[in-house]
Ligand binder design. Structure first.
Ligand SMILES: Cc1ncc(COP(=O)(O)O)c(C=O)c1O
Length: 363
């Protein structure tokens, strides 16, 4: 077997032992005589998988029974639409931070809903286009006291900037945590709603994992289609319709892996992995980090080489050595080394050694 060091930003590498467990369970899940893919979502075997996945996620995030964890199809992007559809009512306003590509997309969806309904969207921090890339600073947030909610993104996957300090919004705080959920120490109870597309730190693509305060879900719009209302998912334990059962099962296995690893160990490892690559960047004048040092992401390490031709060669040479997907997002170019929870330290060491060697030969 040969596994690549897969630096993809999502879908991203999953823990090998989880993949192997999934493989072992594939055609006969624990003596049931069938794959999880083939089971009724109303049966007791699936029920246990579903509820255990939720329980471990709640334990790892430290959220209590005032929250419901929902599995909603449509990934992170569906949440960009569902949030304003549920909570941005006519005549009301919501606060949005424009911190990069993803929070910018969330902002645009809210603006669409606001235009349809006669509501207002306030941009409360703006740094999406800044180079070096960064996050809003403490004094820059301009939250409104009367907003229905404030929306932020904790890690901008494309720019490689991460919010190290969560702001006090003074109104219900919602966060897109698609690319750094469960990767670092964080007080999840500060958020009334947080969500992530699963394909980075949580499992397979196509599903959003949403944690929402139950009392908030109950306040959402009732005029929108049933499946788009949070209360539908909350009231039915994400089983109103057929959920993505196999994705939820793999998510549960990833959560159990995080628990076995010990989340503090994992968080420490994440800091160490990122620090090694940033140290290699800082030790050289050939590589230039794209994010301001104080906002450097521990998940997506972005940097540039002196020319685009050299960047192409860097990506191709690395690929030939078994290091894949180092090309930056197509909208910005450059190099992006994504190192989510499941990415191994050996892969980071291989990249750092390669960076030194590449600079020697091409610098
Ligand atoms: C921070 C962030 N939010 C949202 C998304 C969109 O997620 P999805 O592709 O699951 O809709 C992404 C995808 O990369 C992301 O990085």
């Amino acid at each position: 077997m040969s596994r690549a060091y897969n630096f993809s930003a999502g879908p991203a590498c999953l823990p090998l032992e989880v993949l192997q467990q999934v493989q072992a369970d594939l055609v006969d899940y624990k003596g049931t005589g069938m794959s999880v893919m083939e089971m009724s979502h109303r049966g007791k075997d699936y029920d246990q998988i579903h509820n255990e996945a939720i329980a471990v996620f709640k334990e790892l995030t430290g959220i209590g029974d005032d929250y419901e964890v929902c599995f909603i199809q449509g990934g992170g992007s569906m949440q960009f639409a569902m949030i304003p559809m549920n909570f941005l009512a006519a005549g009301k306003s919501a606060d949005y931070a424009n911190m990069g590509t993803w929070s910018g997309k969330a902002l645009k969806e809210a603006q669409k809903v606001a235009a349809l309904r006669g509501a207002k969207v306030n941009v409360v921090a703006e740094c999406a286009k800044d180079i070096p890339t960064r996050m809003p600073r403490d004094g820059e947030w301009k939250f409104s006291a009367d907003a229905e909610y404030a929306h932020i993104c904790t890690n901008e996957t494309i720019s490689g900037a991460q919010l190290k300090k969560i702001p006090e919004a003074g109104v219900p705080l919602f966060a897109d945590m698609s690319s750094d959920i469960l990767s670092c120490e964080r007080d999840y109870t500060k958020f009334d709603l947080f969500y992530a597309g699963a394909q980075k730190n949580l499992g397979p693509s196509g599903m959003g994992v949403v944690a929402i305060k139950k009392e908030l879900a109950a306040k959402g719009a009732e005029s929108i289609p049933t499946l788009l209302q949070y209360r539908t998912h909350v009231d039915n334990n994400s089983l109103y319709n057929t959920p993505p059962t196999f994705a939820i099962y793999v998510f549960g296995e990833v959560m159990k892996w995080v628990k076995r690893m010990g989340k503090e160990n994992l968080f420490k490892l994440n800091r160490e992995k990122a620090a090694k690559i940033y140290a290699a960047i800082d030790a050289s004048s050939f590589y230039k980090g794209t994010a301001l040092p104080e906002f450097r992401s521990d998940m997506n390490v972005t940097f540039r080489l002196p020319t685009e031709d050299l960047e192409k060669k860097f990506v191709a040479d690395a690929k030939a050595l078994g290091m894949s997907s180092l090309k930056g997002h197509r909208s910005v170019g450059g190099i992006r080394a994504t190192i989510y929870n499941a990415f191994p330290m050996e892969g980071v060491d291989a990249l750092v050694a390669f960076m030194k060697d590449f600079e020697k030969k091409n610098g």
